[in-house]
Design a binder for this molecule. Structure first.
Ligand SMILES: [Zn+2]
Ligand SMILES: [Zn+2]
Length: 304
């Protein structure tokens, strides 16, 4: 089952020729979740061959422009393309006002239902749940109310062993029962224990999207053991003072969080425009947390 992240923008603040500001598409079991929607997101969706009408859920970390300036355009394009399916947006209440002002000013009455879910970045809670995932907020330390998002795949059910099924005809409700963990009793009263006739499902995977934030250790227990952590690294350690003043992180700090949280893999991003090449930054992080990769526009990372 698919669980993958496509990086649509890996830069901070100012759009550059080869680096757009923040937006990630997360595909879990072919459902698409958009995290942040910076300027240029529509073009990046097209460039990466992602069918934008399949996006049903959008989550905005905070209202600095490099995280949502593409949203009004995307909402309008959905309308122009004749969308009728619901669109759910999760963000602080202020964004609802901003969207409404734009729609009113342009006299747009959307053809589709736009459902706004108000979130409070100061509260760590589950804000969304469907068949594939739960999504919870991660309170961050920035100079504006900000939260990251933690996407957890729901555990799948147990798989029935093929050799057990051979030569047996089970009803649908018997099959469903076994997948839910029940024992099986055949017509002669023989009992087959569930653990002997099934294989445990794969361990559920998870993705934590952490941007923008200063070094903030309280997130460690929340993101403990996630499969992939995306953590902003706006600066390198020689600019630690800038990072502190602007409530951003360095590569070394991001790697320290990854190490302390015992995550599977770390991906850095949200780079300041001052860093044209990223090998030194990657090295800085790898010295602390070796399994560090660098986000790049168009990069697809499989979570496994
Ligand atoms: Zn930012
Ligand atoms: Zn910011």
């Amino acid at each position: 089952m698919t669980f993958a992240v496509t990086v649509l923008g890996s830069g901070a603040a100012v759009p550059m020729l080869f680096r757009n500001p923040s937006a990630h598409i997360v595909n879990v079991h072919e459902r698409l979740y958009l995290l942040d929607c910076a300027e240029g997101t529509q073009i990046q969706l097209r460039r990466n061959g992602i069918k934008m009408q399949r996006i049903k859920f959008i989550f905005i970390t905070h209202l600095h422009g490099d995280h949502y300036f593409g949203l009004i355009g995307l909402i309008t394009t959905f309308h122009l393309l004749g969308r009728i399916a619901e669109l759910h947006i999760y963000a602080i209440p202020k964004l609802k006002e901003i969207i409404n002002i734009h729609l009113e000013a342009s006299g747009t009455i959307l053809r589709y239902p736009l459902i706004f879910h108000e979130i409070d970045p100061d509260i760590q809670e589950i804000i969304h749940e469907d068949e594939a995932v739960t999504i919870e907020t991660i309170t961050l330390k920035h100079d504006f109310p900000t939260c990251g998002f933690l996407i957890r795949e729901k555990p799948s059910r147990r798989n029935i062993r093929k050799d057990f099924l051979e030569g047996r005809k089970l009803t649908n409700s018997e099959l469903q029962g076994i997948k839910r963990g029940l024992n099986y009793i055949d017509a002669y009263g023989n009992i087959f224990k569930n653990e002997e006739i099934t294989i445990p499902p794969p361990v559920p995977r998870s993705y934590a999207y952490v941007t923008d934030t200063a070094f903030h250790e309280p997130i460690i227990p929340i993101i403990k053991n996630v499969t992939l952590l995306y953590h902003e690294a706006t600066f390198m350690q020689d600019k630690a003072k800038d990072a502190r003043e602007k409530f951003h992180s360095t590569a070394l700090e991001a790697a320290t969080i990854a190490k302390k949280a015992g995550v599977g893999k770390l991906m850095l991003g949200h780079y300041s425009a001052r860093y044209k090449y990223l090998s030194d930054m990657q090295q800085e992080a790898q010295n602390v947390f070796p399994n560090t990769i660098m986000a790049d526009d168009g990069k697809v990372v499989l979570i496994d």
